[in-house]
Ligand binder design. Structure first.
Ligand code: G1P
Length: 883
């Protein structure tokens, strides 16, 4: 297998021998919610939501089997039918033999191209696929045939697209019966399929969606005839050697404009008029897949070219952070692919790409907030309203709806309508809000009033469901945030940490709801409580009191002497839940008193963790226990003759500050010893427990090295790198990031196209590409920690942690990003080749003029607002101690 090569700084790439990678897929999506996946042989699917699939839903297996793949056949005179996608019986049989037909794959933001040559004739075929960045649910596909030989070649071309046209649920449930609902009509340019009904035994609905496959040749001429029924087209030969192409088709099976077909699986098999390709000539064919949209604008070569330019411009416009590495020219283009991943997840959620063959759409609570981190760095003002809307998902008991719909205010308790409480959910909104406040200085946001979510569950997922209130309770954003974090503090388990309940960040820890505790997120909440205390102290300067619901005030005023007793914390929480759903006049609480209460809780948690949760390998390595199982036992440390360790507890004790500086260094040493393997991407999630631990979670049922059980889970690994930077260990942080990058970048190792995948398995293969929270955290880490370009109460702070080797021959390291609505390039100049511990920011100039500073490295927002868009800032690095 060849290596994947970047062709330019924009991220365009080339992969040779792509026929050897049939499971590698490329995402094609747009804001209209057209979501396609496409492999080098054009397998993959195309849909807008769970119930509206034009091509049948794809999985890892169907990609390899090429089930339901788009196809385009060329019948050259004197030669057997040839598939330009490599999907014919002879081409598939030749794979991995001397007669194998090579395929070269090209990709860019966000288009894919494949190139093949027909051995028998010398004909060259390119396929170009993209989903236009337009308000249309269409996928465009263009086939270019070229005759490089010295003689004319007569050809007849046939596009063949199997039209599935229904809900993904019907793949298994009533697949045949739902095909009987199909009604197809031959339109002038192709086939329209409108099922009579959508099948749902709870109440069938009239079919309202039309699935289309239309096509035209170079001159915009329509296909001259078509054959709609799959059974007629394929006969006994099947999709890879259809009877209608290998034999003499029955004329009665064809239809022309206005013709209809009904009942059975449908294929848009479209025959173009035969033509002769002169020597050196090319001919382009446009094939457009559409769901309730008009394919016409894309049926000419000019229409396709214009749409492609719009699409490229749109996706390149989403890349607002750019970096380069003097030692590795591929880092910059690779980061461009990472930069669009949060946008892909905003559109797709965690569903609808072949590895992500679970979930019915919608976006998960914690993912939403974390993806917003990267989106915030691009344009915080644009995100304000969505963040505000998301707060309406918080319940008055501090828990929240877990699935958020595409429209503002659409919430669901859970994917499967089971009210579950993920104990980490209350943690993320403040992480995101804190970034928002720092990037913008918009403290007023905290005092906007928002409703609470009331679905009748009032006791944190437990207790009987009651009738929701007629008028939902309202409160400020600040109150929502306080409620989430303070209720978590009081949700104590028997061992003093916060109860695990349904699970935490690790979805796979879902079997310890009774006695499980997440020490990891106890640390995380501790950090939030302390940061909220700092925030309130700052706000107290202008707001001596804050208006809070009495239930929250009571909780804040709980006697700290009871913190040591989990039952007392639980009793206070129960009382709060009992009062929380009743509308009441807000109480004006002294802001400083509220801050002191929060600080007391945060400090109590940290002291508790330092006292109780330190574990060791029996030798010199020490770290923090991350969890308690459903028997109330700590899960880490020495068990028999093995050492058990998990990464999550280490990440959050570092990130929150629960680990003091000496402990932080110890944690980093222990992680490096027990949880690090550069050969498979770096930091993995846990050591092998060698047990299906049914008193903790399903993750232990997964094979070791996969998913949440010991994979290099990029999301947690990147958060680990972030935490290392935060704790002043940039070299260690950089090592973690470099390993992830190297594994993703080397196709032979990671087996993925550019971008960061959800995880690398035990063999180092990248899994679940594109849709992962790891991307957002990676962008955040690179910009705000590695390059140290970040907001602080709306001002710009420059505080890099770049190693001397990250500077180029001119002693410069640069990042292009956005701040205060401006595109900026920030360059650090390090003539003394200082390492990060020894360096600090000195003078900063913009366009040759010095910028004012409030304190070292902190530039007032007003000074940035006065700069032109695209300004270049140069910051001199100087030794930390000047004489
Ligand atoms: C996925 C889920 C995320 C969850 C994580 C661990 O992570 O989307 O909510 O916390 O698995 O179970 P991601 O896709 O962000 O890598």
């Amino acid at each position: 297998m060849e290596q994947l090569q970047f062709l330019n700084e924009w991220g365009d790439f080339r992969l040779g021998d792509a026929q050897r990678a049939p499971d590698v897929y490329f995402p094609l999506v747009n804001e209209a919610h057209m979501i396609s996946s496409v492999t080098s042989c054009l397998a993959g699917d195309c849909k807008v939501d769970q119930n509206t699939f034009l091509l049948a839903s794809a999985s890892e297996r169907t990609l390899v089997e090429r089930t339901g793949a788009r196809n385009f056949w060329v019948k050259a005179e004197g030669a057997a039918p040839w598939s330009v996608t490599g999907c014919s019986a002879p081409q598939l049989a030749a794979l991995h033999t001397e007669a194998e037909e090579p395929c070269t794959l090209y990709g860019g933001l966000l288009w894919q191209k494949t190139c093949r040559t027909q051995g028998a004739t010398g004909l060259e075929a390119e396929t170009l696929s993209f989903v236009p960045a337009d308000d249309a649910r269409v996928e465009v596909w263009q086939v270019t045939l070229r005759n490089p030989t010295g003689h004319p070649i007569p050809v007849e071309c046939i596009a063949a697209v199997p039209l599935y046209g229904r809900s993904a649920d019907n793949l298994r449930d009533h697949r045949h019966v739902t095909s009987l609902l199909h009604r197809a009509r031959a339109a002038a340019y192709g086939l329209d399929l409108t099922p009579t009904l959508t099948f749902d035994e709870r109440g069938h609905q009239p079919g309202r969606v039309t699935y289309r496959v239309w096509a035209a040749d170079e001159a915009g001429n329509p296909p001259r005839r078509q054959m709609p029924l799959t059974a007629d087209f394929e006969g006994a030969g099947g999709p890879f050697w259809p009877d209608a192409l290998t034999g003499t088709p029955d004329p009665a099976c064809f239809c022309t404009e206005g013709g209809t077909a009904q009942g059975g699986e449908m294929t848009a098999a479209l025959w173009f008029a035969p033509c002769t390709l002169a020597p050196g000539a090319t001919r382009r064919y446009q094939v457009v897949l559409a769901i309730d949209s008009d394919p016409s604008p894309y049926l000419t070569p000019e229409g396709v070219a214009e749409a492609l330019e719009r699409t490229k411009a749109f996706w390149q416009g989403q890349v607002t952070m750019q970096v380069a590495d003097p030692r590795d020219g591929d880092w910059g283009p690779w980061m461009r692919w990472v930069a669009i991943q949060p946008v892909l997840r905003r559109i797709c959620g965690c569903s609808f790409l072949p590895h992500h063959d679970y979930g019915r759409g919608g976006r998960g609570w914690r993912d939403l907030w974390q993806d917003s981190l990267a989106l915030l760095l691009q344009d915080p003002a644009a995100l304000r309203q969505s963040l505000f809307c998301h707060f309406a998902g918080v319940r008055p008991d501090g828990t929240n709806a877990t699935i958020i719909g595409d429209k503002p205010g659409e919430f669901k308790a859970d994917r499967n309508n089971i009210p579950r409480v993920w104990m980490d959910h209350g943690f993320w909104p403040f992480v995101t809000c804190r970034l928002y406040l720092d990037e913008t200085g918009d403290d007023a946001f905290l005092f906007e009033e928002q409703t609470y979510f009331d679905d009748g569950f009032a006791y944190r997922g437990e207790g009987a469901r009651r009738a929701p209130a007629d008028e939902p309770r309202r409160g400020t954003v600040l109150e929502h945030l306080l409620l989430q974090n303070v209720t978590a503090f009081f949700d104590a388990g028997d061992r003093g940490s916060i109860r695990l309940r349904g699970a935490d960040w690790n979805d796979g820890l879902d079997m310890a709801a009774a006695h499980g505790e997440s020490v990891a997120f106890t640390a995380a909440y501790g950090g939030n409580l302390l940061a909220l205390a700092d925030l309130l102290d700052r706000l107290a300067e202008t707001r001596p009191t804050v208006a809070l619901h009495p239930s929250l005030v009571h909780l804040l005023e709980t006697d700290a002497a009871g913190y040591d007793t989990p039952a007392a914390r639980q009793a206070a929480l129960l009382r709060c839940c009992g009062e929380a759903y009743t509308a009441a006049e807000p109480t004006a609480m002294d802001t400083k008193a509220a801050a002191a209460a929060l600080r007391g809780m945060g400090q109590w948690l940290f002291a508790h963790l330092r006292r109780q949760e330190r574990v060791s390998d029996g030798g010199s390595l020490h770290w923090f226990n991350s969890y308690y199982d459903d028997h109330g036992r700590p899960v880490e440390g020495v068990q028999g003759d093995t050492v058990r360790m998990m990464l999550t507890g280490q990440v959050f004790t570092l990130m929150s500050g629960a680990a003091d500086d000496a402990q932080a260094a110890e944690v980093a040493r222990a992680v490096h010893w027990y949880l690090f393997d550069p050969a498979r991407g770096g930091c993995f999630l846990n050591t092998d427990f060698g047990e299906v631990k049914t008193d903790l979670g399903r993750m232990f049922g997964f094979a070791y090295g996969t998913k949440e059980n010991g994979a290099v889970f990029s999301h947690m690994a990147v958060m680990y790198a972030y935490a290392l930077y935060l704790r002043g260990m940039p070299r260690e942080g950089l090592r973690v990031l470099r390993c992830l990058y190297a594994q993703s970048r080397r196709f032979a190792a990671g087996h993925i196209l550019p971008g960061i995948p959800e995880y690398f398995d035990g063999r180092g293969k990248g899994m679940y590409p594109y849709l992962t929270g790891a991307a957002s955290w990676l962008l955040l880490t690179v910009q705000t920690r590695m390059f140290g370009v970040r907001g602080i109460q709306g001002d710009l702070e420059l505080d890099p942690q770049l190693t001397a080797a990250q500077f180029d021959g001119q002693d410069l390291a640069a990042i292009r990003c956005r701040f205060a609505g401006k595109a900026l390039t920030v360059r650090y100049h390090n003539p003394g080749h200082l390492e990060p511990e020894a360096a600090r920011v000195g003078a900063v100039t913009a366009e040759g003029r010095p910028l004012p500073m409030i304190s070292r490295g902190r530039i007032p927002r007003a000074a940035i607002l006065a700069l032109p868009d695209g300004a270049v800032l140069t910051a001199e690095l100087q030794p930390r101690t000047t004489h």
